[in-house]
Design a protein around this ligand. Structure first.
Ligand code: IMP
Ligand code: MG
Length: 182
């Protein structure tokens, strides 16, 4: 697996630093809210990021899961967002949602989900991503919380996959282009 990685972009140590910083920002922003704080882990990519982040937030917090897809096994977005697993709640107007994503690319997934949850009556919806590739944006979207801005390279590890593999790498690395062009 490691032989398919061209370079390490975000080390395990750096991931700790970024998640700690975002957790502090979120804690500051929500500590006085009188709503229920709910983190939505977007499966499967943000599994590790969600774990690392929420254990650093010392506020009452609930966890939900959603599964969406915009990608097949290619490295280019299809632009069509499918919701495969949705949240079921009857208290939407009492909830401050934070959507937790691994990476923002075209911006279509998160802008779609924000709109969707607001339409369902959420009290508030914010977005949090570990990584952002703003060079690839196709819609006007800026995440509320962001770990690091990265160049337009395809990355894997710490939850991020290529064709369902590499999610278990403990760091984030750039995948060698020959792995997905062969
Ligand atoms: P968006 O809707 O184009 O912003 O797509 C975001 C989703 O694309 C992420 O949740 C990832 O699943 C996937 N994605 C985008 N860039 C990468 C990457 O470099 N590595 C792995 N997955 C990526
Ligand atoms: Mg994803």
């Amino acid at each position: 697996m490691i032989n398919d990685i061209a370079e390490i972009l975000v080390s395990e140590e750096k991931i700790q630093e970024l998640t700690a910083r975002i957790a502090t920002e979120i804690t500051e922003d929500y500590k006085n809210s009188n709503k229920k704080l709910v983190a939505i882990c977007i499966l499967k990519g943000s599994l590790m990021f969600t774990c690392e982040l929420i254990k650093k937030i010392p506020l009452p917090l609930e966890i939900e899961f959603m599964k969406v897809s915009s990608y097949g096994s290619s490295t280019v977005t299809s632009g069509v967002i499918n919701i495969h697993l949705d949240i079921k709640r009857d208290d939407m107007s009492e909830v401050d949602f934070i959507i937790i994503e691994d990476i923002v690319d075209s911006g279509k997934t998160l802008s779609h989900l924000v709109r969707y949850l607001k339409e369902r009556g959420a009290a508030s919806v914010k977005t949090c991503t570990l990584l952002d590739k703003p060079d690839r944006r196709m819609v006007d979207f800026v995440p509320d919380y962001c770990g690091a801005v990265i160049p337009d390279k395809f990355v894997v590890g710490f939850g991020l996959d290529y064709d369902e593999k590499y999610r278990n790498l403990p760091f984030i690395g750039v995948l060698k282009p020959e792995v997905y062009t062969k």
